[in-house]
Write a protein that binds this ligand. Structure first.
Ligand code: ADP
Ligand code: MG
Length: 149
C-alpha cells in the first residue's frame, strides 16, 4: 500500500510523523530516504513525539545510533557516514544488534548506504523536495509486517 502526501513546512512533516507513529509497532523497521535537508530527521522528531519520547530528537550523524526511551522505545540510526566503512566495520558499529531489536521502533536515515545489511523494511518513506522551498512530497510504502496498515 502506497500513500503520498505533500507537506508545506517542517511542522506539517512533524505532524505527519506523529500520526504515522500510531501505526507503528515494536519491532517495526522504517527507512527514510531523501537527500540532505529533505526532512528525514524532522519526520523522525514527529515519530518520537507520537511514541511518547520525552526528550528531543536530533540527528545522530556522529554517534550513528541513538536510543530514546518512550512508551515504545525509538532507535534512530543515521547511516550517512557508514557508506565509507568496510563490511566488518559496519558490523562492529552495532547495526546487527540494532536490527535484532524487536522491542523498539527502528528508524534508519540513509538506508541505501547500508543496503547490504538491511532486510526489506516494514515501512519505507521517501521524501522529495518540491518546487517551493518548503514543500516536500512524502511517499509512504507499508509492506505490512510490523505496522498496522
Ligand atoms: P534530513 O534529516 O533529511 O537531512 P532535516 O530534517 O535535518 O533533514 O532538515 C530539514 C530542513 O528543512 C529543516 O531545516 C526544516 O526546517 C526544513 N523544512 C522546510 N520545509 C520542510 C518540510 N515541509 N518538511 C520538513 N522539513 C522542512
Ligand atoms: Mg538527518
Amino acid at each position: 500500500m502506497i500513500e503520498e502526501i505533500i507537506t508545506h513546512n517542517a511542522e506539517e512533516t512533524r505532524q505527519f510523523g506523529k500520526e504515522l507513529a500510531k501505526r507503528l509497532q515494536p519491532g517495526t523497521l522504517l527507512t527514510l530516504s531523501g537527500e540532505l535537508g529533505a526532512g528525514k530527521t524532522t519526520l523522525t522528531q514527529g515519530i518520537a513525539e507520537g511514541l511518547g519520547v520525552p526528550d528531543g530528537v536530533t540527528s545522530p550523524t556522529f554517534v550513528i545510533i541513538i536510543e530514546h526511551e518512550g512508551k515504545i522505545p525509538l532507535l534512530h540510526l543515521d547511516a550517512y557516514r557508514l557508506e565509507s566503512l568496510c563490511f566488518d566495520a559496519i558490523r562492529e558499529s552495532g547495526v546487527p544488534e540494532f536490527l535484532d531489536r524487536d522491542d523498539a521502533v527502528k528508524v534508519v536515515e540513509w538506508p541505501q548506504r547500508i543496503a547490504d545489511f538491511l532486510p526489506i523494511a516494514d515501512v519505507e518513506v521517501s521524501i522529495e523536495l518540491g518546487e517551493d522551498d518548503n514543500n516536500r512530497r512524502i511517499l509512504l510504502t507499508m509492506n505490512g509486517q510490523g505496522a498496522s496498515v
